[in-house]
Design a protein around this ligand. Structure first.
Ligand SMILES: *Cc1c(COP(=O)(O)O)cnc(C)c1O
Length: 419
């Protein structure tokens, strides 16, 4: 299922009123669903001694949502200066933040170390000497290359720009230790939107095996392993959800075995974005133009500035029309950008849509608003949060023209190189 029945029932009950109050378009996120998913994740990993989700901030970088994560005991996975700043803005500090950057700049290193630091996750062996001050706790992102196949979305590890290669791994920890690191973590991120739990179990197994190997070679113990994000959600009707319970149970067994053999259990970290918030958001938009040429087009009042996954990756997002069911006609649902990939759905069977109908596009709670861009000067929409008591909070306003023009210099600003 795309959004849960429970959410669609609560949503449909009050959507008309919410639209009358706020106007379309907007993303609407569901606190109740996010909390339920958070609890499911926590319960699934009760078999390991210490489990923590680091919410991947890029999926939904909004303080109101991040505070929900914080209240469940989660940390934050950041990969940019802005994401670090946002996490600290809501009070996250030190080991509550994981910094998984790649192609890291000096400015990013400086920000990572400021304000109580964070868990630094280095993407390359060459970065060890570039860390201004080696922290006590250090992690490396591991790229197993041909030892694993990625999945179709993220691609083959051999072609991926991320991580330390297998042959560099021992040296990476050796060098970090020589520079003063005392505690260690090991991270990888190999799959995206993975629905097969066995794949994630294999990832945990692989990291534990590497930990055994590195520990034996270098006489170090590991504080944690981090199996990354990439837990999948069913975007299509009828798709089977990820079996998180089996995933947790099987990974728990691997950790128990590790403890039997080595006398301790590292912590287990994941950094999910999509799994936590994806199904708990919808993009609500109004049909404003119906057009019949060679195909039928339903034009809506939002575009790729609100959601670019369909245009960028051909991603499927389910679409509902409020108060209508059935599959009366096959249409393209389109935005207003001067780009022909500005389509939310291509040749989709929908009920007959008229101007003024409300559409909601499912599963926009992750990599939705945050990926939106301002081509054609289209503003990004507001974000609303449906609270557990049924009230609706505006957690981000719509962008204005002033926002879009804020970086323009209307006065002359000239530099003439002496040459
Ligand atoms: C994007 C990303 C995530 C989150 O991915 P999801 O598919 O949203 O779970 C986690 N970790 C890293 C390093 C990422 O780049």
């Amino acid at each position: 299922m795309p959004v849960s029945n429970d959410y669609s029932i609560r949503l449909e009950q009050s959507l008309k009123e919410i639209v009358e109050h706020y106007g379309t378009p907007f993303h609407l996120y569901d606190e109740k669903g996010i909390r339920e998913t958070g609890n499911t994740l926590i319960e699934a990993f009760e078999g390991v001694e210490f489990f923590r989700e680091y919410f991947a901030v890029k999926a939904l970088p909004n303080p109101a949502v991040m505070k929900l994560m914080q209240s469940m005991g989660f940390g934050f996975d950041c990969s940019s200066v802005a994401e670090l700043a946002l996490s600290r803005q809501i009070g996250a500090r030190g080991e509550e933040i994981m910094f998984t950057s790649n192609n890291t700049s000096p400015k990013e290193f400086a920000t990572a170390a400021a304000d109580g630091g964070c868990v630094l996750n280095l993407d390359d062996i060459s970065l060890i000497d570039k860390v201004p001050e080696m922290p006590e706790l250090i992690c490396f992102r591991y790229n197993p290359g041909e030892r694993r196949t990625g999945n179709s979305i993220i691609g083959n590890p051999v072609e991926s720009k991320y991580g330390v290669s297998h042959d560099q791994l021992l040296d990476a920890y050796r060098q970090a230790k020589a520079r003063g690191a005392k505690r260690f973590g090991l991270h990888t991120m190999l799959a995206s939107n993975e629905l097969n739990h066995a794949y994630m179990v294999e990832t945990a197994r692989m990291l534990l095996e590497r930990v055994e190997w590195i520990s034996a070679e270098l006489d170090i113990a590991f504080d944690f392993i981090n199996i990354g994000g990439g837990l999948g959600i069913p975007y299509r009707l009828g798709e089977k959800p990820l079996d998180i319970v089996s995933m947790g149970r099987e990974i728990g067994k691997l950790f128990q075995l590790f403890k039997t053999q080595h006398g301790y259990m590292p912590k287990l970290y994941v950094e999910s974005g999509r799994y936590m918030t994806g199904p708990h958001g919808v993009l609500v938009t109004s049909a404003i133009n119906r057009k019949e040429i060679y195909r039928t087009y339903v034009g809506v009042d939002s575009c790729m500035s609100s959601l670019m996954r369909p245009g960028m990756y051909g991603a499927y997002h389910h679409i509902s029309v409020l108060g209508k069911t059935g599959e009366d006609e096959t249409v393209d649902v389109v935005g207003s950008l001067c780009e022909n990939n500005d389509k939310f759905a291509i040749q989709r069977a929908l009920p007959q849509v008229e101007d003024g109908d409300l559409l909601y596009i499912h599963d926009t709670g992750a990599h939705g608003h945050s990926m939106g861009f301002n081509y054609n000067g289209k503003p990004r929409p507001k974000e609303l949060l449906l609270r557990e008591d049924g009230s609706v909070e505006m957690i981000r306003r719509e962008e204005s023209l002033n926002d879009l023009f804020a970086t323009l210099t209307f006065e002359q600003n000239i530099f003439k190189p002496a040459g």
